[in-house]
Write a protein that binds this ligand. Structure first.
Ligand code: GYE
Length: 332
Protein backbone atom coordinates (compact mmCIF):
# COMPACT_ATOMS: atom_id res chain seq x y z
CA UNK A 1 0.00 0.00 0.00
CA UNK A 2 2.66 2.40 1.17
CA UNK A 3 4.72 1.39 -1.84
CA UNK A 4 1.91 2.33 -4.23
CA UNK A 5 1.56 5.79 -2.71
CA UNK A 6 5.28 6.28 -2.99
CA UNK A 7 5.41 5.20 -6.58
CA UNK A 8 2.53 7.54 -7.40
CA UNK A 9 4.32 10.39 -5.64
CA UNK A 10 7.52 9.82 -7.56
CA UNK A 11 5.64 9.54 -10.85
CA UNK A 12 4.06 12.95 -10.22
CA UNK A 13 7.33 14.57 -9.35
CA UNK A 14 8.99 13.05 -12.39
CA UNK A 15 6.45 14.56 -14.71
CA UNK A 16 6.80 17.89 -12.91
CA UNK A 17 10.51 17.56 -13.61
CA UNK A 18 9.86 16.90 -17.26
CA UNK A 19 7.89 20.16 -17.48
CA UNK A 20 10.47 22.32 -15.76
CA UNK A 21 13.66 20.64 -16.84
CA UNK A 22 14.01 22.44 -20.17
CA UNK A 23 14.69 25.71 -18.39
CA UNK A 24 17.27 24.15 -16.09
CA UNK A 25 20.94 24.47 -16.84
CA UNK A 26 22.31 23.09 -13.60
CA UNK A 27 23.58 19.78 -14.89
CA UNK A 28 25.03 20.79 -18.20
CA UNK A 29 22.16 19.31 -20.13
CA UNK A 30 22.76 15.74 -18.92
CA UNK A 31 19.41 14.31 -17.88
CA UNK A 32 17.59 17.55 -18.45
CA UNK A 33 16.19 16.97 -21.90
CA UNK A 34 12.54 16.98 -20.92
CA UNK A 35 11.36 15.67 -24.25
CA UNK A 36 13.47 12.53 -24.51
CA UNK A 37 12.73 9.64 -22.25
CA UNK A 38 16.29 8.55 -21.57
CA UNK A 39 16.65 7.62 -17.93
CA UNK A 40 19.35 9.36 -15.91
CA UNK A 41 20.86 7.42 -13.02
CA UNK A 42 23.10 8.89 -10.35
CA UNK A 43 25.40 6.18 -8.99
CA UNK A 44 27.50 6.74 -5.85
CA UNK A 45 30.20 4.07 -5.75
CA UNK A 46 32.21 3.13 -2.64
CA UNK A 47 35.64 3.56 -4.21
CA UNK A 48 38.21 1.39 -5.98
CA UNK A 49 39.46 -0.63 -3.02
CA UNK A 50 39.48 -4.10 -4.57
CA UNK A 51 39.36 -6.22 -7.70
CA UNK A 52 35.71 -6.91 -6.88
CA UNK A 53 34.93 -3.19 -6.87
CA UNK A 54 36.65 -2.63 -10.21
CA UNK A 55 34.63 -5.44 -11.80
CA UNK A 56 31.45 -4.03 -10.25
CA UNK A 57 32.12 -0.51 -11.60
CA UNK A 58 32.85 -1.82 -15.11
CA UNK A 59 29.67 -3.91 -15.06
CA UNK A 60 27.57 -0.88 -14.09
CA UNK A 61 29.17 1.47 -16.61
CA UNK A 62 29.01 -0.99 -19.51
CA UNK A 63 25.45 -2.00 -18.85
CA UNK A 64 24.21 1.58 -18.49
CA UNK A 65 25.68 2.25 -21.91
CA UNK A 66 24.22 -0.96 -23.37
CA UNK A 67 20.74 -0.19 -22.04
CA UNK A 68 20.77 3.50 -23.03
CA UNK A 69 20.76 4.82 -19.48
CA UNK A 70 22.66 8.02 -18.84
CA UNK A 71 24.98 7.37 -15.92
CA UNK A 72 26.35 10.01 -13.57
CA UNK A 73 29.04 8.18 -11.64
CA UNK A 74 31.03 9.21 -8.56
CA UNK A 75 33.76 7.40 -6.63
CA UNK A 76 33.54 8.23 -2.90
CA UNK A 77 37.08 7.01 -2.14
CA UNK A 78 35.77 4.98 0.76
CA UNK A 79 34.26 7.96 2.59
CA UNK A 80 30.64 8.14 3.67
CA UNK A 81 30.62 11.96 3.61
CA UNK A 82 31.63 11.89 -0.08
CA UNK A 83 28.80 9.48 -0.86
CA UNK A 84 26.31 11.69 0.95
CA UNK A 85 27.42 14.77 -1.01
CA UNK A 86 27.21 12.81 -4.27
CA UNK A 87 23.65 11.74 -3.46
CA UNK A 88 22.72 15.34 -2.53
CA UNK A 89 24.11 16.53 -5.83
CA UNK A 90 22.09 13.90 -7.73
CA UNK A 91 18.98 15.12 -5.93
CA UNK A 92 19.77 18.70 -6.98
CA UNK A 93 20.35 17.58 -10.56
CA UNK A 94 16.96 15.88 -10.47
CA UNK A 95 18.15 12.54 -11.79
CA UNK A 96 15.45 9.94 -12.42
CA UNK A 97 16.88 7.32 -10.09
CA UNK A 98 19.70 7.11 -7.55
CA UNK A 99 21.64 3.91 -6.91
CA UNK A 100 24.45 3.44 -4.44
CA UNK A 101 26.52 0.94 -2.57
CA UNK A 102 26.72 2.26 1.01
CA UNK A 103 30.26 2.33 2.44
CA UNK A 104 28.90 1.58 5.92
CA UNK A 105 25.48 0.47 7.16
CA UNK A 106 24.47 3.36 9.42
CA UNK A 107 23.82 7.08 9.01
CA UNK A 108 21.76 7.23 5.81
CA UNK A 109 18.29 8.24 6.97
CA UNK A 110 18.64 12.02 6.52
CA UNK A 111 19.88 11.95 2.92
CA UNK A 112 17.46 9.17 1.97
CA UNK A 113 14.61 11.28 3.39
CA UNK A 114 15.75 14.11 1.12
CA UNK A 115 15.65 11.83 -1.94
CA UNK A 116 12.21 10.61 -0.93
CA UNK A 117 10.94 14.18 -0.44
CA UNK A 118 12.24 15.01 -3.94
CA UNK A 119 10.37 11.97 -5.32
CA UNK A 120 13.55 10.26 -6.58
CA UNK A 121 13.56 6.48 -6.14
CA UNK A 122 16.65 4.92 -4.58
CA UNK A 123 18.08 1.46 -5.26
CA UNK A 124 20.61 -0.07 -2.88
CA UNK A 125 23.12 -2.19 -4.69
CA UNK A 126 25.73 -4.58 -3.29
CA UNK A 127 25.61 -3.32 0.34
CA UNK A 128 22.69 -2.70 2.67
CA UNK A 129 21.79 0.11 5.09
CA UNK A 130 20.49 -0.73 8.54
CA UNK A 131 17.61 1.80 8.43
CA UNK A 132 14.33 0.68 10.04
CA UNK A 133 12.39 2.67 7.44
CA UNK A 134 12.35 0.45 4.37
CA UNK A 135 10.24 3.01 2.49
CA UNK A 136 13.46 4.99 2.00
CA UNK A 137 14.55 2.70 -0.84
CA UNK A 138 12.81 0.62 -3.48
CA UNK A 139 14.90 -2.51 -3.31
CA UNK A 140 18.25 -3.96 -2.25
CA UNK A 141 20.12 -5.93 -4.93
CA UNK A 142 23.12 -7.87 -3.70
CA UNK A 143 24.61 -10.93 -2.05
CA UNK A 144 23.69 -12.67 1.16
CA UNK A 145 26.88 -11.90 3.10
CA UNK A 146 25.87 -13.93 6.16
CA UNK A 147 25.52 -16.98 3.93
CA UNK A 148 28.96 -16.27 2.44
CA UNK A 149 30.50 -16.26 5.94
CA UNK A 150 28.68 -19.49 6.78
CA UNK A 151 30.02 -21.16 3.64
CA UNK A 152 33.57 -20.17 4.60
CA UNK A 153 33.09 -21.52 8.13
CA UNK A 154 31.44 -24.75 6.97
CA UNK A 155 34.39 -25.54 4.71
CA UNK A 156 36.73 -25.10 7.67
CA UNK A 157 34.62 -27.36 9.88
CA UNK A 158 34.63 -30.02 7.15
CA UNK A 159 38.40 -29.70 6.63
CA UNK A 160 39.39 -29.18 10.26
CA UNK A 161 41.83 -32.09 10.29
CA UNK A 162 44.02 -30.78 7.52
CA UNK A 163 43.63 -27.17 8.76
CA UNK A 164 45.36 -27.97 12.04
CA UNK A 165 48.69 -27.21 10.41
CA UNK A 166 50.78 -27.42 13.59
CA UNK A 167 48.94 -30.51 14.81
CA UNK A 168 48.26 -29.27 18.34
CA UNK A 169 44.56 -30.12 18.29
CA UNK A 170 43.35 -26.50 18.10
CA UNK A 171 42.77 -24.49 14.95
CA UNK A 172 43.77 -20.89 15.46
CA UNK A 173 42.13 -18.60 12.94
CA UNK A 174 43.18 -15.05 12.12
CA UNK A 175 40.37 -12.97 10.66
CA UNK A 176 41.09 -10.10 8.26
CA UNK A 177 37.93 -8.01 8.40
CA UNK A 178 36.54 -5.77 5.70
CA UNK A 179 35.86 -2.07 6.24
CA UNK A 180 34.62 -1.47 9.77
CA UNK A 181 30.87 -0.92 9.81
CA UNK A 182 30.33 -2.20 6.23
CA UNK A 183 27.58 -4.76 5.74
CA UNK A 184 29.88 -7.41 4.20
CA UNK A 185 32.37 -7.09 7.08
CA UNK A 186 29.69 -7.39 9.75
CA UNK A 187 27.78 -10.20 8.06
CA UNK A 188 30.77 -12.28 6.91
CA UNK A 189 32.10 -12.28 10.48
CA UNK A 190 28.70 -13.26 11.83
CA UNK A 191 28.09 -16.11 9.38
CA UNK A 192 31.59 -17.51 9.91
CA UNK A 193 31.24 -17.40 13.72
CA UNK A 194 27.93 -19.26 13.51
CA UNK A 195 29.36 -22.02 11.32
CA UNK A 196 32.59 -22.63 13.29
CA UNK A 197 30.62 -22.88 16.54
CA UNK A 198 29.96 -26.48 15.39
CA UNK A 199 33.59 -27.37 16.18
CA UNK A 200 34.98 -26.18 19.54
CA UNK A 201 38.57 -26.80 18.41
CA UNK A 202 38.26 -23.91 15.93
CA UNK A 203 38.81 -20.48 17.41
CA UNK A 204 39.21 -16.96 16.01
CA UNK A 205 42.23 -15.84 18.03
CA UNK A 206 42.66 -12.39 16.44
CA UNK A 207 40.58 -10.21 14.17
CA UNK A 208 41.36 -6.84 12.66
CA UNK A 209 40.31 -4.72 9.71
CA UNK A 210 42.41 -4.62 6.53
CA UNK A 211 39.83 -2.30 4.93
CA UNK A 212 39.21 -4.67 2.00
CA UNK A 213 42.58 -3.71 0.45
CA UNK A 214 45.63 -5.76 -0.48
CA UNK A 215 47.93 -3.43 1.40
CA UNK A 216 45.70 -3.49 4.47
CA UNK A 217 45.68 -7.29 4.48
CA UNK A 218 49.44 -7.41 4.12
CA UNK A 219 50.14 -4.99 6.96
CA UNK A 220 47.73 -6.61 9.41
CA UNK A 221 49.10 -10.06 8.56
CA UNK A 222 52.70 -8.92 9.09
CA UNK A 223 51.81 -7.75 12.59
CA UNK A 224 49.91 -10.96 13.38
CA UNK A 225 52.81 -13.14 12.20
CA UNK A 226 55.21 -11.29 14.46
CA UNK A 227 52.95 -11.68 17.48
CA UNK A 228 51.90 -15.31 17.05
CA UNK A 229 53.56 -18.44 15.68
CA UNK A 230 50.54 -20.70 16.15
CA UNK A 231 48.40 -19.39 13.28
CA UNK A 232 46.74 -22.25 11.37
CA UNK A 233 44.25 -20.41 9.19
CA UNK A 234 43.57 -16.96 7.73
CA UNK A 235 39.96 -16.07 7.01
CA UNK A 236 39.97 -12.90 4.88
CA UNK A 237 36.71 -11.11 4.09
CA UNK A 238 37.90 -10.60 0.50
CA UNK A 239 40.44 -11.92 -2.00
CA UNK A 240 42.54 -8.75 -1.98
CA UNK A 241 43.25 -8.95 1.75
CA UNK A 242 44.00 -12.65 1.35
CA UNK A 243 46.46 -11.83 -1.45
CA UNK A 244 48.12 -9.25 0.80
CA UNK A 245 48.34 -11.89 3.55
CA UNK A 246 50.02 -14.29 1.10
CA UNK A 247 52.78 -11.72 0.52
CA UNK A 248 53.30 -11.34 4.28
CA UNK A 249 53.34 -15.12 4.83
CA UNK A 250 55.87 -15.66 2.04
CA UNK A 251 58.04 -12.81 3.36
CA UNK A 252 58.04 -14.58 6.74
CA UNK A 253 59.44 -17.71 5.06
CA UNK A 254 56.23 -19.72 5.30
CA UNK A 255 54.19 -21.39 2.57
CA UNK A 256 50.67 -20.01 2.10
CA UNK A 257 48.07 -22.73 1.54
CA UNK A 258 50.25 -25.28 3.36
CA UNK A 259 51.80 -23.88 6.55
CA UNK A 260 48.85 -21.53 6.89
CA UNK A 261 45.53 -22.28 5.20
CA UNK A 262 43.69 -19.38 3.57
CA UNK A 263 39.97 -18.88 3.03
CA UNK A 264 38.67 -15.79 1.22
CA UNK A 265 35.50 -14.34 -0.30
CA UNK A 266 34.91 -12.86 -3.83
CA UNK A 267 36.52 -15.17 -6.43
CA UNK A 268 37.99 -12.43 -8.64
CA UNK A 269 40.61 -13.53 -11.15
CA UNK A 270 43.70 -12.89 -8.99
CA UNK A 271 42.10 -14.76 -6.12
CA UNK A 272 41.13 -17.67 -8.38
CA UNK A 273 44.67 -17.82 -9.77
CA UNK A 274 46.12 -18.03 -6.24
CA UNK A 275 43.56 -20.74 -5.44
CA UNK A 276 44.52 -22.72 -8.55
CA UNK A 277 48.21 -22.26 -7.60
CA UNK A 278 47.57 -23.77 -4.17
CA UNK A 279 48.20 -20.57 -2.19
CA UNK A 280 44.56 -20.13 -1.20
CA UNK A 281 42.55 -23.16 -0.05
CA UNK A 282 38.92 -22.14 -0.55
CA UNK A 283 37.01 -19.18 -1.98
CA UNK A 284 33.37 -18.26 -1.46
CA UNK A 285 32.08 -16.45 -4.52
CA UNK A 286 30.53 -12.98 -4.36
CA UNK A 287 29.25 -11.81 -7.72
CA UNK A 288 30.18 -8.23 -8.71
CA UNK A 289 28.38 -8.27 -12.09
CA UNK A 290 25.32 -6.43 -10.85
CA UNK A 291 25.00 -4.01 -13.80
CA UNK A 292 22.39 -5.89 -15.88
CA UNK A 293 19.98 -6.47 -12.99
CA UNK A 294 20.51 -2.95 -11.66
CA UNK A 295 19.61 -1.31 -14.98
CA UNK A 296 16.49 -3.49 -15.36
CA UNK A 297 15.43 -2.50 -11.85
CA UNK A 298 16.09 1.16 -12.58
CA UNK A 299 13.83 1.04 -15.61
CA UNK A 300 11.12 -0.69 -13.63
CA UNK A 301 11.12 1.74 -10.69
CA UNK A 302 11.21 4.77 -12.97
CA UNK A 303 8.21 3.32 -14.83
CA UNK A 304 6.44 3.09 -11.47
CA UNK A 305 6.42 -0.70 -11.43
CA UNK A 306 6.50 -2.62 -8.19
CA UNK A 307 9.78 -4.51 -7.65
CA UNK A 308 10.84 -7.16 -5.14
CA UNK A 309 12.20 -5.45 -2.00
CA UNK A 310 15.18 -7.83 -1.81
CA UNK A 311 16.98 -9.47 -4.72
CA UNK A 312 19.73 -11.91 -3.77
CA UNK A 313 22.45 -12.72 -6.30
CA UNK A 314 23.28 -16.36 -6.94
CA UNK A 315 26.71 -17.56 -5.98
CA UNK A 316 28.83 -20.64 -5.52
CA UNK A 317 32.11 -21.71 -3.87
CA UNK A 318 35.45 -22.90 -5.30
CA UNK A 319 38.00 -25.49 -4.21
CA UNK A 320 41.47 -25.54 -5.77
CA UNK A 321 40.40 -28.12 -8.37
CA UNK A 322 37.26 -26.16 -9.26
CA UNK A 323 39.31 -22.97 -9.64
CA UNK A 324 41.57 -24.66 -12.21
CA UNK A 325 38.51 -25.60 -14.24
CA UNK A 326 36.77 -22.23 -13.92
CA UNK A 327 39.76 -19.94 -14.53
CA UNK A 328 39.92 -20.03 -18.35
CA UNK A 329 36.36 -18.68 -18.64
CA UNK A 330 36.48 -16.26 -15.70
CA UNK A 331 35.37 -12.80 -16.88
CA UNK A 332 36.76 -10.74 -14.02
O1 GYE B 1 33.59 -8.40 -1.22
C1 GYE B 1 35.03 -6.51 -1.42
C2 GYE B 1 34.71 -5.11 -1.76
O2 GYE B 1 30.73 -4.99 -0.89
C3 GYE B 1 30.64 -7.21 -1.64
O3 GYE B 1 33.47 -4.88 -1.14
C4 GYE B 1 31.41 -5.96 -1.59
C5 GYE B 1 32.81 -6.10 -1.01
C6 GYE B 1 33.70 -7.11 -1.69
O4 GYE B 1 35.67 -4.23 -1.56
O5 GYE B 1 36.08 -7.02 -2.19
Amino acid sequence: MLKRTLIAASAISLSAFALTACGSDDDGGGGAEGSDDKITMGFAQVGAESGWRTANTISIQEEAEAQGIELKFTDAQGKQENQISAIRSYIQQKVDVIAFSPVVETGWDAVLQEAKAAGIPVILTDRAVDSEDTSLYETFLGSDFVLEGERAGEWLVENAGEADTNGDGTINVIQLEGTTGAAPAIDRAEGFATAIAADPSIEVTASQTGDFTRDGGKQVMEAFLQADDTIDVVYAHNDDMGLGAIEAIEAAGLEPGKDIKIITVDAVKDGMQALADGKINFIVECNPLLGPQLMELAKAVVAGEEVEPRIVTEETTFTQEQAKEALPDRQY
